[in-house]
Design a protein. Structure first.
Length: 290
């Protein structure tokens, strides 16, 4: 058992601060196995990583960690519908609905809509198995400290909300947040735990807009440049009933956190027998009254 107060020294891949990005926007091309393309003939990315040694602090029982202040927190929540091997789309939909109900209760929300989910396992993935439209897709763990960009949000909201909902909520008096939930599918997460960066420690100049290009859509995200003032946190011995909540957007502008760069990291305290990480994440629009 890892100490609940254990800080770790590990490495994180940050986007390199290259002169080329002043002339050519960073990008990733995500071909699908269903699209006939020879990836050997094309450049799928111009992103280069800057791997830095970072101290990642334990957030367990820390009073200075919270959704409003740092952009993330964890709560205890037992799920009835955690996706696992042999899952079907009905189980995934029940998990998404369970998460919507939880967020509605936590925030007394006017509307909660889960617009996406990700199931991941720390194993290599081949292009032939990659279909971003498959609700049962199990992806490998993501790389690079990242979050979605502000330019992505308006298009996302228009895709998620009906015309009536846009007319109801797009006016003063409502707060829009994109809140992710994240939990381990395994009883405990040792391998490749999630680390999150304290919003208050980030300089706006640390964020580099990057395009992710999929077969049928584009998405702009931020990758994070390294800054020695950034503070990173993880949750030692995170159990499957310990649910992360973290912000990827908040329309409310003030001293509150508005986003949360995050990334999986190597855990130097993990046992040699630790199974590959398995996790499930939901992405939710949460609308509340101000």
């Amino acid at each position: 058992m890892i100490s609940t107060g254990a800080d770790i020294q590990t490495t994180i891949d940050f986007i390199a601060d290259l002169p080329i990005y002043k002339e050519e926007k960073p990008f990733f091309l995500h071909p699908s196995g269903s699209v006939d393309v020879d990836i050997d003939d094309i450049n799928t990315t111009n992103v280069e990583w800057d791997t830095q040694s970072v101290t990642v602090h334990s957030m367990r029982n820390k009073d200075d960690v919270g959704l409003e202040k740092t952009g993330f927190c964890y709560i205890e929540h037992d799920s009835k519908y955690i996706p696992s091997a042999g899952m079907n789309t009905e189980l995934v939909e029940k998990y998404r609905k369970e998460g919507e109900d939880l967020l509605q209760s936590l925030f007394n929300a006017e509307l909660v809509h889960c617009y996406d989910h990700k199931i991941r396992k720390n194993v290599p993935m081949t292009l032939e198995k990659y279909d971003p439209s498959d609700p049962l897709l199990v992806e490998e763990v993501a790389v690079g400290a990242h979050d979605i960009s502000l330019d992505t949000v308006p298009r996302l909201l228009k895709n998620v909300l009906s015309e009536d909902q846009l007319a109801t909520f797009f006016r003063p008096g409502y707060r829009f947040r994109l809140i992710n939930t994240w939990r381990s599918i395994l009883p405990e997460c040792e391998d490749r735990p999630l680390a999150m960066c304290d919003y208050s420690s980030i300089d706006a100049n640390d964020l580099i807009a990057t395009d992710r290009v999929y077969p049928k859509w584009n998405q702009e995200i931020y990758y994070l440049k390294h800054n020695k003032n950034q503070r990173w946190y993880w949750l030692p011995n995170q159990r499957s009933n310990e649910l992360f909540l973290f912000l990827t957007y908040d329309s409310h502008s003030g001293p509150n956190a508005r986003y949360c760069p995050h990334v999986s990291v190597d855990n130097p305290l993990a046992s040699s027998q630790a199974p590959p990480r398995e996790s499930v994440e939901t992405r939710n629009l949460v609308i509340t009254k101000i």
